[in-house]
Design a protein around this ligand. Structure first.
Ligand code: NAD
Ligand code: UD1
Length: 347
């Protein structure tokens, strides 16, 4: 079976994708510099996947580190057949504080990854690459649900790295048709592996809703600040398209399969198509955990939109993929991870 090289391999989404690819029969090689993940993920991947993870510790901006990952793929599995590029810094607020670091890491990393894939592909051979993009490229959406042909914009440096990243890759494709790229625009990934052994382990105070709610439920934080109660939504709080990380991982398996079979590019939303409000999430989490999640209403968060959810039809049509898990599954699996690992991987 083909071998897939994952960058950012010990991160939240990549670690779930690693297991999903292995379960689908693919071989996997990973690279990560642990800037936002723990080496302990590798022990958990070993236990859950039943195979020693083939892994290089290194920075994707360093050509030699990527070369080592390609060599590992060649030595262990006869060569790398496709790449999934997850490695990036992802905190919107932080990106407004240190924008140059975001451009350097996310765009420098992307260029280095593309150079390495080119370097390790024979002339004219297909270069299949999956790019972790984001619904953030839609900015403040004009129409809901959001289709892939909606106008694109960026509202912060992190979002710019995703939009510019997409544009760089589209230019590459234009210049050389052997680039086959899957632009996957994720909505709001949440939840954890059903084993409770891997999940999202944010450092410091969580920026995103579900990890914050999880820490309130487990007693680490006293209450959730709900940012805004006067949005034009059914209950006045922000509405988002939360997607279970295991469904998202399966979306990557489908995208890799598409690239290898069809040798063509595609741009798709990976979401459920269903929007839930902040209070919907709070209530679902209370049901899943059996714990109270006290809330306090706070002003709107700068840059937030009222509602954002996907038209998930194109991914279903092109990839034959649809999200299967609902909000209750997301909360149940998040809670299992949270209460088995109250200190995350460092516990
Ligand atoms: P994450 O931080 O858990 O994973 C990213 C991984 O990349 C981390 O393990 C980090 O150590 C690694 N990394 C970062 N820079 C690196 C570098 N220069 N060299 C090597 N490794 C490096 O984040 P995630 O949530 O799993 O996100 C994965 C991808 O999906 C990112 O590109 C992110 O922008 C994108 N994305 C995430 C979300 C989300 O809400 N989680 C939504 C849309 C898009
Ligand atoms: C975040 C990112 C966005 C990314 C998206 C997908 C920010 C500002 N934006 O946005 O770039 O594409 O994730 O992963 O980080 N909320 C609270 N209290 C909290 C935290 C959040 O009320 O403590 C609310 C927010 O106002 C929002 C909803 O919960 O209405 C979801 O927030 P969050 O999880 O941060 O996701 P996004 O806002 O979609």
């Amino acid at each position: 079976m083909p071998c897939i090289l994952l960058t950012g391999a010990t991160g939240y989404i990549a670690s779930h994708t690693w297991l999903a690819l292995q379960a689908a029969g693919y071989s996997v090689v990973g690279i990560d510099n642990f800037v936002n993940s723990s080496p302990k993920v590798l022990e958990r991947l070993h236990t859950l996947g039943g195979q020693v993870p083939q892994f290089v510790q290194g920075d994707v901006r360093h050509a030699l580190a990527l070369d080592r990952a390609f060599e590992l793929g060649r030595d262990q599995f006869g060569g790398v057949d496709a790449m999934v590029h997850f490695a990036a810094l992802k905190a919107v607020g932080e990106s407004t504080q240190i924008p140059l670091d975001y451009f350097e890491n996310n765009l420098g990393g992307l260029l280095s990854v593309a150079q390495a894939l080119k370097r390790h592909s024979p002339d004219g051979a297909s270069k299949p690459l999956v790019f972790s993009s984001s619904a953030t490229v839609y900015g403040n959406p004009e129409r809901l649900p959001i289709r892939e042909d909606a106008p694109l914009t960026s509202t912060n440096p992190y979002g710019s790295t995703k939009l510019i990243g997409e544009n760089i890759l589209r230019d590459l494709e234009q210049c050389d048709p052997s680039w086959h790229i899957a632009y996957l625009r994720y909505f709001n990934p949440v939840g954890a592996h059903p084993s409770g052994q891997i999940g999202e382990d944010p450092r410091g105070i969580p920026n995103n809703l579900m990890p914050y709610v999880a820490q309130v439920a487990v007693g680490k934080r006293p209450h959730l600040n709900v940012f805004g109660k006067d949005y034009d939504t059914p209950d006045g709080t922000g509405v988002r398209d939360y997607i279970h990380v295991c469904d998202l991982a399966e979306g990557h398996v489908a995208a890799v399969r598409y690239l290898l079979d069809k040798r063509a590019s595609l741009t798709v939303n990976l979401g459920t198509g269903q929007g839930y409000s902040v209070l919907d999430v709070v209530h679902a989490y209370e049901r899943a955990s059996g714990r109270p999640v006290p809330v306090e209403f706070a002003p709107r968060r700068a840059g937030d939109v009222a509602a954002c959810y996907a038209d998930a039809g194109l991914a279903a049509k092109l990839l034959g993929w649809r999200a299967r898990l609902g909000l209750d599954d997301m909360c149940t699996d998040s809670w299992r991870w949270q209460h088995l690992n109250p200190q995350g991987f460092e516990g």
